[in-house]
Design a protein around this ligand. Structure first.
Ligand code: KG4
Ligand code: ZN
Length: 351
């Protein structure tokens, strides 16, 4: 899908400041990285207030909000970084996966800007971006590691080689971990987006008060499944009246969260054992979860595993991670074609 054009930019790219742009879903984000890869600015405009009353992201509204916001967000990122257009040596933009209309806004903006400034543009996969976030504040973290990518669209485990090649070790058979959080939060009446709300409520509950199932898929891979857990929560909520739900809401949230988090942690550590690696990076929106972070830290200390979980500002969607992945792409000579189109699914992995 991604084509390369080597006409104006056939010469090697000289590393300098990069502008990253991310518009794959409901965050319009821009970030400037220095020549050395330091984050100089990281600006995010969330559209949660636009989609909240619909209980999920409405694609058409997302595209329109990106169109309205992108210019101001990019200008703000440039200003915060103290950069002028002439200082930029490259651009990076999310090419997919995501919402087609939303992706088109960022992609067309980057292609136009790159053409006007005469600088190369790198198209990166949103997943590559999340993965790159593991090294943003932790550049010395081993490049050969196990990766757990947990977001609203993905629950994937990879073995990453020094070269950057990633082998898929397992993924979810149904919902992504973020979807499981969001749908659970919806059942508990916690609104949208549900993950952070469920995380906050669970801190007030007892995770052992109400038992929840953990599913184990025995197919030779390290796959995950959250549908049984989701159904278990639905059945528990269905038989309770409003007063009982109110009384048990925090315990339900804590038990449900504990089940998701413990499945993720047990799969990640099984991947480490299987790969004989001692470094684990956990990235994506769900890596912002406080219980997941605590449990990972605990297990990593016990088993002497090097752990990289990005700071909260780089867990959920942002453009610093896109700029970081784009920097590597530009260095390895990859360029976005002017006729490149966004891709909406992860079909060919684009890793
Ligand atoms: O990476 P991300 O911002 O967007 C996607 O690429 O999907 O991830 C968003 C997901 C949402 O499902 C959101 O509910 C979840 O990450 N999330 C959380 C937390 N913060 C965000 N889930 C659990 N606990 C959190 N603190
Ligand atoms: Zn994401």
């Amino acid at each position: 899908m991604t084509q390369t054009y080597q006409t104006a930019f056939s010469e090697p790219w000289v590393s300098g400041p990069i502008l990253g742009i991310e518009t794959s879903c409901d965050e319009t984000a821009a970030s400037v990285l220095s020549a050395q890869g330091t984050v100089l600015s990281n600006v995010i405009s969330s559209q949660h207030h636009v989609h909240e009353r619909f209980g999920g992201v409405v694609p058409e509204l997302a595209s329109r909000a990106h169109v309205e916001n992108i210019d101001a967000i990019v200008s703000c990122a440039m200003e915060k970084a103290g950069m002028g257009w002439k200082d930029l040596t490259g651009l990076a933009v999310t090419e997919g996966p995501g919402l087609a209309g939303a992706l088109l806004v960022g992609l067309n903006y980057a292609k136009t800007l790159g053409y006007a400034l005469g600088i190369p543009v790198a198209g990166v996969s949103h997943l590559q971006g999340h993965i790159a976030s593991a090294w943003l504040d932790n550049p010395g973290f081993p490049r050969s590691c196990v990766l757990l990518v947990v977001s609203g669209g993905h629950s994937h485990l990879y073995r990453r080689e020094n070269s950057g090649d990633c082998e898929l070790l397992g993924c979810t058979r149904d919902d992504a971990a973020g979807e499981a959080f969001d749908k659970g939060a919806q059942m508990l009446g916690l609104g949208f987006p549900g993950g952070p709300a469920l995380d906050r409520l669970a801190q007030k509950g007892n995770s052992k008060a109400i038992p929840f199932p953990r599913s184990i898929i025995k197919n030779g891979r390290l796959d995950l499944s959250f549908s049984g857990l989701k159904t278990a929560l639905l059945y528990k909520v269905q038989v309770l009246d409003e007063t009982s739900i109110e009384r048990q809401r925090a315990d339900l949230a804590a038990g449900y969260q504990e089940a998701i988090v413990s499945m993720l942690v047990s799969r990640a550590f099984a991947a480490l054992r299987q790969s004989k690696l001692a470094a684990l990076a956990v990235v994506g929106g769900v890596s912002a979860n406080s219980r997941l972070r605590a449990l990972l830290q605990e297990r990593a200390e016990e088993e002497q595993i090097q752990l990289s979980i990005p700071p909260l500002r780089y867990c959920t969607d942002n453009a610093a991670m896109i700029a970081a992945a784009g920097r590597e792409a530009l260095q390895s000579g990859r360029r976005l074609s002017l006729d490149a189109e966004p891709y909406t699914s992860l079909a060919s992995l684009h890793l």
